[in-house]
Design a protein around this ligand. Structure first.
Ligand SMILES: [Zn+2]
Length: 230
């Protein structure tokens, strides 16, 4: 089936099933507007489906997606859709929660570590330049790692850099200091469906959604954190 027809069949399926069973929810969202509690910032990657992995209903997640789940830092002076969406979510929608969610096997992270591979793509290169300090950071702290371990370290560090960038927005820092906004870093592991959240106490990404006391870490070694990451 051609892609568009497949999607059209999907619309029919949605309307006959999910929508039909949740008609009241959509009516309520239409009548009263959205009040999402969470701003969810993640990668464009088609394998990362925020509502699916969190079982969140329509109206619960305000989602910003871009290549590499990057938050432009105010210091770099980058304006654009991502910054505008963050401002709207924090200042107008008054979300309580911001999650930056990276993922394993991320092509953007590969390109950040190897900028020469995307040198022929000027727009992508410029965008990924936002995370240009990642390769040096990885070399310094994880120089002995290679292959998948190095990639995983870079995925984690990239998420942590974006949390720092979030704080560079004064309206984010203000609400965090007031205790009305929480920011978290997550990594979705595609192959297993597991989600890991950054735990500042152990300085590791630990498995979320597990009832067990023992929560496995995504990587065997914690990323060393500067003191600003609390
Ligand atoms: Zn990605």
């Amino acid at each position: 089936m051609p892609p568009v027809q497949k999607l059209e069949a999907g619309i029919h399926h949605f309307q006959a099933n999910y929508f039909a069973s949740n008609r009241d929810l959509f009516q309520q969202l239409s009548d009263h507007g959205q009040r999402p509690e969470t701003l969810f910032i993640t990668c464009c990657d088609s394998r990362v489906v925020p509502n699916l992995i969190t079982s969140a209903a329509p109206g619960e997640l305000f989602i910003v997606r871009n290549v590499g789940n990057i938050v432009p830092s105010v210091a770099r002076g980058v304006l654009g859709g991502v910054s505008a969406a963050i401002e709207y979510a924090v200042e107008v929608l008054q979300v309580d929660n911001i999650i930056v969610c990276g993922h394993t096997n991320c092509g953007a992270i590969d390109a950040i570590l190897h900028p020469e591979r995307v040198a022929h793509l000027p727009l992508l290169s410029r965008w990924l330049g936002e995370s240009s300090r990642i390769p040096t950071l990885i070399e310094e702290r994880y120089g002995d790692l290679d292959g998948e371990a190095r990639m995983t370290a870079a995925v984690q560090e990239n998420v942590l850099v974006q949390l720092e960038n979030l704080r560079s927005f004064d309206f984010v820092a203000r609400r965090m200091d007031a205790g009305t906004l929480k920011i978290s870093g997550w990594v979705f592991k595609i192959a297993t469906g597991d989600v890991f959240g950054y735990d500042p106490t152990s300085e590791q990404f630990l498995q979320l959604g597990s009832a067990e006391m023992e929560r496995p870490a995504l990587s065997s070694r914690p990323p060393p954190m500067p003191s600003t990451r609390e």
